[in-house]
Design a protein around this ligand. Structure first.
Ligand SMILES: Cc1cc2nc3c(=O)[nH]c(=O)nc-3n(C[C@H](O)[C@H](O)[C@H](O)COP(=O)(O)OP(=O)(O)OC[C@H]3O[C@@H](n4cnc5c(N)ncnc54)[C@H](O)[C@@H]3O)c2cc1C
Length: 264
């Protein structure tokens, strides 16, 4: 089993990064989009603690810690009457993971709100990145090329009132529950949507929706969600992912790209 270190401050991350080889650790948020090999030879997973950075508010601009879980972030926005992040309500992610993945849905993504990102780079330097330097695009960013840890982010939200924000959040959670297996163990969308296609539609057309392999099932509600009913092993999941990919390749001649991050 990997060791997990939750850091409280950017300085702690910096000291750690300076003291170990880069291959010694993985960077993780809440793990909601990640498949981790429990027998990995990489010994350590590092994360920012949920309460590591105290939120700072300057009008509609907020500075928040990367470890902040989405439900806490939603509570914070609700209390402050700040609107923007309702589209992510109900998702078990961290702010840092959402920035790294450029989390998005329903035509919105994190890059619409991020104005700056505090990172610890691979040399242990603590610095602020501009949005351009983050190289945001569809479900990706510079953090998939460089082993830099997001420790905080600055977001520009808009003024609203708590009741309006709450109503929008609840509506979005309701929509997710209707369309996605939100209460099951999943990692959200397995594959990215290829240009001009929906991965879920391709998987469904290939006859894979609802199919089961032991403890693993492709959701019968949303065909781009894989469910673990308990006891699914890392190696089984890898095999199923490969089977899904190769089936769509042979049926539709389209190569699906994983959205889920695999930590070998
Ligand atoms: C029910 C459900 C619904 C979902 N719906 C959506 C959706 O609508 N849209 C969407 O885009 N995704 C969705 N997801 C997927 C997932 O929540 C997002 O990808 C989210 O951004 C991942 O956040 P995380 O903190 O869990 O990241 P993790 O899974 O922990 O990590 C994901 C990637 O980000 C990197 N990372 C994490 N934290 C940091 C950090 N601090 N610094 C640098 N890199 C970091 C990791 O190295 C990894 O590469 C859903 C998932 C679930 C379970």
């Amino acid at each position: 089993m990997n060791t997990v270190i939750d850091f409280q401050t950017p300085d702690e991350v910096s000291d750690y990064v300076r003291s170990v080889p880069a291959d010694d650790f993985y960077i993780l948020g809440r793990g909601s989009n990640s498949l981790i090999n429990p027998d990995s030879i990489v010994p350590t997973v590092i994360r920012m603690a949920a309460d590591a950075v105290v939120p700072e508010i300057n009008g509609t601009r907020v500075r928040l810690g990367a470890g902040m879980p989405m439900n806490r972030l939603q509570d914070f926005a609700l209390k402050q009457g700040l609107s923007g992040l309702e589209f992510a309500a109900g998702v078990p992610a961290s702010l840092g993971g959402m920035v790294a993945m450029n989390f998005g849905c329903w035509g919105r993504s994190m890059s619409d709100f991020v104005t700056g990102i505090q990172v610890v780079d691979d040399r242990g330097e603590i610095r602020w990145l501009t949005v351009d330097a983050a190289q945001f695009s569809y479900r990706t960013s510079v953090f998939h090329q460089k082993k830099w840890m997001v420790v905080a982010a600055e977001l520009e939200l808009t003024t609203s009132d708590s009741e309006t924000v709450r109503t929008a959040m609840l509506a979005n959670i309701h929509t997710r529950i209707e369309k996605q297996p939100l209460r099951d163990k999943t990692f959200g969308s397995i594959f990215k949507n290829p240009p001009g296609h929906y991965a879920a539609q391709l998987l469904e057309s290939a006859g894979l929706k609802g199919r089961q392999w032991g403890a693993i099932q492709l959701s019968d509600r949303h065909a781009n969600f894989l469910l673990n009913s308990g006891g699914a092993r890392y190696s089984d999941t890898i095999q199923v992912l490969e089977l899904l990919r190769s089936t769509v390749q042979s049926v539709a001649n389209i190569e699906l790209e994983l959205e889920v991050k695999i930590f070998k």
